[in-house]
Design a protein around this ligand. Structure first.
Ligand SMILES: *Cc1c(COP(=O)(O)O)cnc(C)c1O
Length: 337
């Protein structure tokens, strides 16, 4: 099977498994797992932030951040297709008792102007806006990236209105590689950053939340309340360390492979529109007699898996388990359709 459904489907390589096998572990609820401590320090250093916290999932790191930054009754500003709103089970309301102000932005990339216009007046009738959450890369927008200058402008708006700024950076390293940025510039700008180790970086499990000392202290308490305090999870953290040390630069290969697939898709008459594929995600709609379901069925007959991300769109995600041979095989199937 050639599996493009998500970059979460990757399996650890032998080298990663070896790092896991050899990990030194301890009880992390007692903060005694040396490998988790090492991973958390390593990530914090990468971003030039005080500290980080290892968690089971990106949903948990996002939800912990929202809980830390808000009070019940507050309002969170985010895009209407953002992961924190669409794909976290209503967690903003469930975990934090907050409402949302949803922005209908261009492919999920908010502007400072839109953020400013979404802040509620200081008025007893209104929910108190307290948090802005950005997503980079933006999943539902085809893995699009922010222009960092816009992030700086959004940060200025947040500073002027006393709002916290969170980043859902599940695929932040894809953006950093595509835009030739540094993790430090993100660390300097955001109050909290969530990164996934189990997407393009290829670990089996795990995410990190980064922030300042006081934030991470609070986050550790909330992680426990959410049931995310793990014990000898250093085996998983070892995979995370391996990924941060070995699997970031290679994301450029995934981005090149995505471009090769886009070029092949573009030639087909049944393709309606393809969102600009800036990183490893390709989202396209189909026309004429073709439907997403039919397209996905035909692919499956050739052992290729893709994901129907909406009733009109198909999503492909390129990742480290997709080889050049698989890309060539996929192109042949597309050409013969
Ligand atoms: C995958 C993802 C997450 C976190 O998902 P988990 O499956 O809970 O790890 C968060 N945000 C975005 C944009 C994602 O794509």
């Amino acid at each position: 099977m050639i599996d493009y459904r998500s970059d979460t489907v990757t399996k650890p390589t032998t080298a990663m498994l070896e790092a896991m096998f050899n990990a030194k572990v301890g009880d992390d609820v007692f903060v005694e797992d040396p490998t988790i401590n090492e991973l958390e320090h390593f990530a914090a250093e990468m971003f030039g932030m005080d500290a980080s916290l290892f968690c089971p999932s990106g949903t948990m790191t996002n939800q912990i951040a929202i809980k830390c930054h808000t009070q019940p009754g507050d309002e969170v500003i985010c895009d209407k297709l953002s992961h924190i709103y669409q794909y976290e089970g209503g967690g903003i309301a469930f975990n934090s008792g907050c409402s949302v102000n949803l922005i209908n932005s261009e492919r999920g990339i908010l502007t400072a102007e839109q953020v400013l216009a979404s802040i509620n007046a200081d008025d007893v009738h209104k929910a108190a806006t307290s948090l802005v959450s950005l997503e980079n890369t933006f999943n539902r927008g085809g893995g699009g990236c922010y222009d960092f200058n816009e992030i700086i402008k959004i940060k200025e708006v947040c500073n002027q209105h006393n709002l916290k700024l969170h980043l859902d950076g599940a695929r932040l390293f894809n953006a950093i590689i595509a835009k030739k940025e540094t993790s430090k510039q993100y660390g300097e700008t955001f109050d909290s950053i969530s990164i996934c180790l189990s997407k393009g970086l290829g670990t089996p499990v795990g995410s990190l939340i980064l922030g300042n000392k006081a934030f991470i202290k609070k986050a550790r308490r909330i992680r426990k309340v959410f049931g995310g305090g793990m014990r000898q999870a250093g085996y998983l953290a070892a995979a995370g360390l391996y990924a941060l040390q070995n699997n970031i630069e290679r994301l450029a290969i995934d981005h090149q492979n995505a471009q090769i697939l886009v070029a092949a898709l573009c030639k087909k008459k049944f393709i309606d529109t393809i969102l600009p594929a800036e990183t490893n995600i390709i989202i396209f709609s189909v026309k004429n007699e073709m439907t997403p379901t039919l397209f996905i069925e035909k692919m499956k007959e050739n052992n290729i898996l893709m994901y129907p991300i909406s009733p009109t769109q198909v999503r492909l995600v390129v990742h480290l388990d997709i080889t050049d041979v698989m890309i060539n095989d996929t192109i042949k199937v597309i050409e013969n359709m």
